[in-house]
Write a protein of this length. Structure first.
Length: 314
């Protein structure tokens, strides 16, 4: 009779849960969570969270299986949490239950050109024209002529019989991997005594030091005649081997790139003026002019007093 009574109590608890979305246990008037059930354990009633929920029975929280990685979804599937459970859906390009996913072979029903190969991808496919053909692979693949297949280091050649072939360009040599650049610098090309050899694809150049030019850097650049000297307007440009010099003109001082007029009247360099002359500085020079009562060219000045007649006494 005791067992029958317990069963009746549990049935009543189940009916109460259906009526109020909560399980009511007869013992101690327990009110279970809507995600729990009333169970009889160790001679008393208790609330137990349903599968997929965690808590003490009166309060139950959904377990996110996707976050705690308790799901069993395939690596190529997406896990979506549900109340008390989860679901697995295969990624685009895959098929299966979500717990097991396999790649969909799009190439099985591809529409590539007959002269193209299908390349399967994840959720897609591509069509690539076969070797010797060119096109988009889907609607066109046109057979290439011999000369259409020449590489960037090759040129098309036609022999006397009209047969075409691809041969290496000048500056390249044939090898097992195709046409490779010839390093003319390593081969000892002559760049003269001043030039430095620099290898380039299919050719080379001779890098010249400053002030020289030419195929082998054999020509001096006359900076003075080219106007590329930077000398001051009051200086003279003097060309030298591989360079030039700027020299201030007479009557000026400086380094040649900057020239300042020399005041000969002040610095004492106008010694040629007569002691009876006035020195006047000019741009790049000076002038000498005899003082009043003196005549001459400024360098030699004579007194005009010798021309005066002596006073007559009588």
């Amino acid at each position: 009779m005791l067992r029958v009574g317990i069963l009746l109590l549990c049935l009543g608890a189940a009916l109460a849960q259906d009526d109020h979305d909560h399980a009511h246990c007869p013992d101690d008037d327990l009110i279970c969570s809507e995600h729990a059930k009333c169970v009889f354990i160790n001679n008393h009633f208790a609330c137990e969270c349903e599968q997929g929920f965690l808590g003490n029975g009166t309060h139950c929280v959904d377990i996110d299986e996707c976050i705690v990685h308790s799901d069993s979804c395939d690596n190529d599937a997406t896990c979506t949490n549900l109340p008390g459970s989860f679901k697995c859906e295969c990624h685009a390009g895959f098929t299966g239950t979500g717990f097991r996913c396999s790649n969909i072979d799009e190439c099985a029903n591809n529409k590539c050109h007959p002269d193209a190969d299908c390349v399967d991808g994840v959720g897609q496919y591509s069509c690539v024209c076969k070797s010797g053909y060119t096109g988009d692979g889907f609607t066109s693949c046109v057979k290439l002529e011999v000369c259409d297949t020449c590489g960037p280091a090759e040129v098309c050649a036609t022999d006397a019989a009209g047969t075409q072939s691809c041969i290496c360009k000048t500056g390249y040599s044939n090898s097992s991997i195709g046409c490779v650049d010839i390093d003319e610098c390593a081969a000892g090309v002559d760049c003269g005594s001043k030039g430095h050899c620099v290898n380039t694809p299919g050719a080379y150049t001779c890098a010249c030091p400053k002030g020289f030019t030419g195929d082998k850097c054999e020509l001096d650049i006359n900076e003075c005649s080219s106007g590329n000297h930077g000398c001051h307007t009051d200086a003279v440009c003097v060309n030298t081997g591989g360079g030039h010099q700027c020299q201030c003109k007479t009557g000026y001082s400086g380094d040649g790139t900057v020239c300042v007029d020399v005041n000969e009247c002040i610095d004492g360099s106008a010694r040629l003026c007569s002691s009876h002359a006035i020195c006047t500085n000019t741009k790049g020079s000076y002038t000498c002019q005899c003082q009043k009562d003196y005549i001459g060219d400024g360098y030699d000045c004579l007194s005009t007093n010798f021309c005066k007649k002596p006073d007559v006494i009588g």
